[in-house]
Each structure stands twice: as C-alpha cells, then as structure tokens.
Design a protein around this ligand. Structure first.
Ligand SMILES: [Zn+2]
Length: 171
C-alpha cells in the first residue's frame, strides 16, 4: 500500500484517453488500494487512475464527507448509460490546484461497470455522487474541468500558473 503522487495539469498523461482494463489481476487490485489511500491522503472524494500516472479506466469514489448515504467504491471500465437534466456545479480537481469553478453537469446519471471482484455493477447517482462520477469519467477521457470552462476562464487560470512559476524561479 502506498500514497502516490497526484499528477498536476499540464502533465500529458492527464490529456490521454485511458484504456479499458482487460483483466482484473493482482496488480489492478493493488492499484485500487493505492488509489484509495492517495485519495484519502489528499482529502479528495474521487480519483481516476490516470491521475497517478496509470492510464487505465479505473475510478475510486467516496463522497460520504458530503453525502453520508454513500460510501467508498471502486469501478472498472465505467460507462454512462443514462443521463438527465443539466446544472451548473462548482467543483475543484486534485490535478488542477487552486481552480474552483462552475461546470455544466448532468443532474442524474446511471453508470455501469465492473467491481474489483469482477462483478458487474450499476450505480444510479444524483447530487454529489452524480457530479463526482462525471468528473472521474471525464478524467478517463482525458478531459479536465479546465476543458469545460470558457476560453476566458481557462486563459486566466493558465496565466495564474505562469505567474506562480515565475515566482518559484526567482527563489
Ligand atoms: Zn479531477
């Protein structure tokens, strides 16, 4: 078990489409444990494998700090099979520091995938669970919250990063 480094924008792995998991072996199971530890250590409510440098379609979520009805789960090869409604939701990302912005999300979604013990699973989510699922599935498709902002807001964030980098270079 290990807490791993979370990749930050603009790391190229965050922009790639992650590959389907063909077989759930010991390596995948260990990876899921590491992902959970890394997510909890960072006080996140979700994490995609590509955020720790493994471009495979695996997500872990625990939205219980916000919605105690739901507890931890991991999902392999998640796929949205139903979506409904649209809402502006304010969210942040562990890979995009100091960015907290409103993005368009579906209000309700159904997702199907495979559990770590190889069983088919389906989750109907609304509220924070729906938003977190969409956020993590976005990661698997190489999409960051930055990609869902207006061009102006994206530019503002990029400029902020550049300024911070210059500051770092001075010291
Ligand atoms: Zn994220």
């Amino acid at each position: 078990m290990a807490v791993l480094e979370i990749l930050k924008y603009p790391h190229p792995t965050l922009k790639k489409r992650s590959k389907e998991v063909a077989q759930i072996d010991e390596r995948i199971k260990r990876l899921i444990v590491d992902m959970a530890e890394t997510m909890y250590e960072a006080n996140g409510i979700g994490l995609a494998a590509c955020q720790i440098g493994v471009p495979q379609r695996i997500i872990v979520l625990d939205v219980s700090p916000i919605d105690p009805q739901h507890s931890f789960f991991a999902m392999i090869n998640p796929e949205i099979i139903f979506q409904e409604g649209e809402i502006d939701h304010e969210e942040g990302c562990l890979s995009v520091p100091d960015c907290f912005e409103k993005v368009k999300r579906r209000e309700k979604i159904h997702v199907k995938g495979i559990s770590p013990d190889g069983k088919e699973m389906e989750i109907a989510g609304e509220g924070v669970l729906a938003f977190a699922l969409q956020h993590e599935i976005d990661h698997l498709n190489g999409v960051l919250i930055l990609d869902r902002l207006s061009q102006l807001k994206r530019e503002i964030y990029r400029n902020k990063l550049k300024k911070e980098k210059r500051k770092e270079e001075k010291v």
